[in-house]
Design a protein around this ligand. Structure first.
Ligand code: AMP
Length: 416
């Protein structure tokens, strides 16, 4: 688990804002669910997933309740849907926040990590799959990321998937696999296709393909999704070996892979269509689709691509008061009230020390108050560039700075 410090927090905020704007424009409303749920909410995600079997931060609280920190949000959103039974469908929600998984931490893999995501419940339309994928795509584009590959697949209907799983079991039973993949085969045969171990590559390359098992309906759904993505000009790659953890996934699944990250951590985000989760959590049978995008990893990808940098919002004004500090108290308050950002020196430091702070703060202007200015009820305004300083009536300083700032941003040049 990590601390996120200024100035990094600034771009976390901006990232959330970009996401909120993209999905807000498509009619999604924000949902905030608890960080802790009954552990049963998460075990429904799938008994055969690592997230549930190995990584849950589950514990018994003082009331003897079995609870867990959330490892993701899809299950929580489905639980909320089952509980509140919204009448208007589709129910389109988005979320942002931290999740917890006991993983082996490394670059791009943390025990507390943030996701932004959406879930849409109550509609089976393939065009919704396209909308959802397009939103994630648009989000990455707005961050400025260009090296992101969209990979899509369809797992077909549950019966198609079941038939495929049986075929995989039969095929892999006689294939050359590592011990780890043998163990995966016993738990979750689809997941064997995920193995990145070179010793498994040949066996995986020869494995049966899911498309051979699609029903006509499943094939048509997937065709519509692909045609829709093409219509919107969204590039994608069909990857028949893409599988995702959740037991409830059916039909469309997708992943966004970053071009700059290690392959084990290159999934920036992913999602898919699922059935049965709402039902398992006590609601009516309800189709769902959603995605979750990893914020931590997305920002690493931004670093690697040199886009969406850390915040650089220099201060507008730094107040230097060498007559005790009470003037700085009042002046910073006035400047902030006038809509500019302002900071000041503390502890009665010398003029030189405070000017150093002013420089370091990145402020565009310093206001200087000395003995003479106090006596005259004036202040010195010093642009922190090559321009000369000047003296102005103290009570007009805040408004004058606002005016100078507006003009400077209008002409993109320094005042005066
Ligand atoms: P998942 O819920 O496993 O499909 O993950 C969706 C996205 O969340 C992934 O593509 C990652 O970007 C991110 N993610 C998942 N687990 C972690 C983790 N332990 N640390 C950082 N990001 C993660």
């Amino acid at each position: 688990m990590r601390d996120i410090l200024p100035d990094d927090t600034g771009r976390w905020r901006r990232l959330n804002q970009v996401f909120a704007d993209v999905v807000g424009a498509a009619g999604y409303g924000q949902i905030i669910t608890p960080l802790i749920e009954d552990v049963g909410v998460f075990t429904r995600i799938g008994e055969a997933t690592d997230v549930v079997t190995k990584e849950l931060y589950a514990f018994e609280d003082r009331g003897g309740r079995h609870v867990s920190l959330r490892p993701e949000l899809t299950a929580s959103v489905c639980r909320a849907f089952a509980q509140h039974r919204p009448a208007a469908l589709p129910w389109k929600v988005w979320y942002t926040g931290p999740n917890f998984r006991q993983e082996k931490a490394q670059r791009g893999r943390y025990r507390q990590f943030d996701q932004v995501g959406v879930e849409v419940l109550g509609v089976d339309d393939a065009h919704l799959d396209v909308e959802v994928i397009a939103l994630a795509s648009e989000f990455y584009a707005q961050l400025g990321l260009t090296q992101v590959t969209l990979v899509v697949n369809s797992l077909g209907e549950p019966e198609n998937r079941a038939a495929y799983v049986s075929a995989l079991e039969a095929y892999f039973a006689d294939a050359e696999l590592t011990d780890q993949s043998r163990a995966t085969l016993a738990r979750n045969p689809l997941r064997v296709l995920d193995s990145k171990r070179p010793e498994d590559a040949a066996a995986i390359a020869g494995a049966p393909q899911i498309a051979e098992f699609y029903s006509d309906e499943a094939a048509a759904h997937f065709d519509t999704v692909q045609a829709g993505l093409a219509r919107l000009g969204i590039d994608f790659v069909v990857e028949p070996k893409l599988v995702r953890g959740l037991d409830y996934y059916r039909r469309t699944i997708f992943e966004f892979q970053g071009g700059t990250l290690d392959s084990a951590q290159n999934a920036l985000g992913g999602g898919g269509r699922y059935d049965g989760l709402v039902e398992a959590l006590g609601g009516p049978p309800t189709p769902g689709i959603g995605f979750a995008l990893g914020v931590d990893r997305t920002l690493l990808a931004c670093d690697d691509e040199g886009v969406f940098g850390a915040d650089d919002r220099p201060l507008d004004v730094f107040v230097v008061d060498v007559v005790g500090g009470a003037e700085a108290l009042a002046i910073t308050a006035e400047i902030r009230a006038a809509g500019l950002s302002a900071d000041r020196g503390f502890d009665g430091r010398s003029m030189k020390a405070q000017m150093k702070l002013a420089n370091r703060s990145g402020a565009k202007y310093a206001i200087i108050v000395g003995e003479q200015e106090m006596a005259d009820r004036t202040v010195i305004i010093k642009p922190m560039g090559p321009t000369d300083q000047f003296t102005t009536p103290r009570d007009e300083a805040a408004q004058l700075l606002v005016k100078m700032q507006t003009e400077a941003s209008r002409t993109e040049s320094d005042y005066p």
